[in-house]
Ligand binder design. Sequence first.
Ligand SMILES: [Zn+2]
Ligand SMILES: [Zn+2]
Length: 160
Amino acid sequence: MPPRSWRDTGWKGKRMPQPVKLHRGGCLCGEVRYSVAEAPLYSGICHCRTCRRIASATTLPYVVFPARTFVFASGTPRRFASSANVIRTFCGSCGSPLTYQNTTERDTIDIMTISLDDPEVYRPLAHVWVSAKVGWDVIGDDLPQYQEGRPVDDQTPSSS
Ligand SMILES: [Zn+2]
Ligand SMILES: [Zn+2]
């Protein structure tokens, strides 16, 4: 996944603070669990070769969250440098890919959408790295398709 930028979505102090929703997830076998107490910033579907290989699937959907409240609540994931400046985590027992973080953008962390407990609510906003898509993988929705990473002007916050 490429470098990206985002709008400051912080609370501006005009209203009473709302209870913070805790987003939880983990791996298939249950050994590794995580939580993040921030609203998601973006949701996408990546077709890049690295994500495909990590997932052993045609795509790897991801949700971008602010990183500061992200914690592994139980278990210790394996860490893996999938490219320069990129650390991914996965469960060492069952293999589920869990997170992606660019070490030059430590303010955010990408969580693999399907590892979240309720993936239904993180509806994707676009396909990225469509230039790397497998030929027989036919995209069947009307979402924007970016040939490479998400353009910096696409800063639509995720709806959930
Ligand atoms: Zn990717
Ligand atoms: Zn596991």
